[in-house]
Design a protein around this ligand. Structure first.
Ligand code: ASP
Length: 351
């Protein structure tokens, strides 16, 4: 059993300095500290250092490089890949990798909430748990997952749910896919796994997609600013199940007509969007040409929309919407038609 361990930095690799925490612990050192806990004895672990970075400073080219390193590890014959990563943007990296990798061999991210020099550091145990899950036959076919505080979470739906607590992650509305307790794996479920949409290199050249939050009293200034900055797509972080004030909905109709794709996620952490309300709300957004995307977080939907625009090159917002709806169906979201939609025909009810 060959495991490839890729280090990218984050709190798990950080120590305190007079100017704040800074990543300075190499992935080889992290592996040594993890050996204080049960780690799979049958596995030979080779380490690759990709940089000691804070995950809140990563960009899509960094994710492209990481996806490339994962692909290289698999081509080298690794049976699984484990990545140490900052927690702040781990959900985006995990989702981005899931848009790229189709392999049955597991890709597992982990990190820590407490730095390496904390007397109660959680990183070593999390890394040992991640290695245990990655090496376990039950992990095969799960695609990308994140291991934290004994729980294994799927990439799709993953969210950082606590700023500081050791149980930092969750998939709101769903549970973990497995638990690992004292080196023993307990499998819970296996969510559907859509086919990859893009290549590792594509990740570094996706079109710009911005996320625009909606809030009481908001206007269309941020929406217009996103488009002026070159966004080819916008994700609305909308009210409730996917509602917007009427002037935002009118602006969405204008943008879609101009070829800018608009997708709807919610400000609410759990639950699916639903195009239910008139008076400028979700039903009108749907008629304006926005695509609704089940319970994807704004951060995941931003990556999905960018990948969909790349895939649908030249086919505009409706082409991207088709890619998104197919992907959502493959991920297990089977939407009923929206009878109140006038924008799409009966065969394409609008997601
Ligand atoms: N707080 C972050 C972490 O837990 C910092 C980062 O994302 O790099 O790793």
């Amino acid at each position: 059993m060959q495991l490839r361990l890729i280090g990218t930095g984050g709190t798990i690799a950080s120590r305190s300095t007079p100017t704040g925490r800074v990543a300075s612990v190499t992935v080889k050192e992290l592996l040594e500290t993890a050996r204080a806990f049960p780690v799979p004895e049958c596995a030979e672990v080779t380490c690759v250092e990709m940089g000691l970075r804070a995950s809140f400073s990563l960009g899509l080219p960094d994710l492209a490089a990481l996806a490339g390193a994962v692909g290289e590890s698999l081509r080298d014959g690794a049976d699984a890949v484990v990545i140490t990563h900052g927690t702040d943007s781990m959900e985006e990296t995990a989702f981005a990798l899931s848009l790229v990798h189709a392999d049955d061999r597991p890709i597992v991210l982990t990190g820590a909430q407490r730095p390496a020099d904390d007397p109660a550091a959680d990183g070593p145990r999390n890394l040992a748990t991640a290695l245990t899950w990655a090496a376990h036959p039950a992990a095969r076919g799960h695609g990308v997952s994140a291991v934290f505080d004994g729980a294994v979470w799927p990439a799709i739906g993953l969210r950082k749910t606590d700023t500081l607590a050791p149980a930092a992650f969750g998939v709101p509305g769903r549970g973990p896919v497995a638990r690992v307790d004292d080196g023993r794996v307990r499998l819970i479920g296996r969510p559907p796994r859509p086919a990859p949409l893009i290549s590792a290199d594509d990740l570094g050249r996706l079109p710009r997609v911005d996320i625009v939050p909606l809030y009481v009293g908001c206007d269309t200034a941020l929406l217009d600013a996103a488009v002026a900055a070159g966004a080819r797509g916008v994700v609305l972080c909308a009210f409730g199940a996917g509602n917007a004030p009427p002037d935002v909905t009118e602006a969405v109709a204008r943008l879609v007509a101009d070829g800018v794709a608009v997708a709807v996620a919610s400000r609410v952490p759990a639950g699916a969007t639903s195009a239910a309300y008139g008076a400028g709300g979700g039903a009108d957004l749907l008629r304006a040409g926005a695509v609704f995307a089940a319970d994807l977080s704004p951060w995941h939907l931003r990556l999905l929309l960018a990948a969909a625009l790349h895939r649908a090159e030249g086919r505009g917002p409706e082409g991207a919407a088709v890619v998104i709806r197919d992907w959502l169906a493959d991920a297990g979201h089977h939407d009923a038609a929206h009878p109140w939609s006038g924008h799409h025909d009966a065969a394409h009810p609008g997601g």
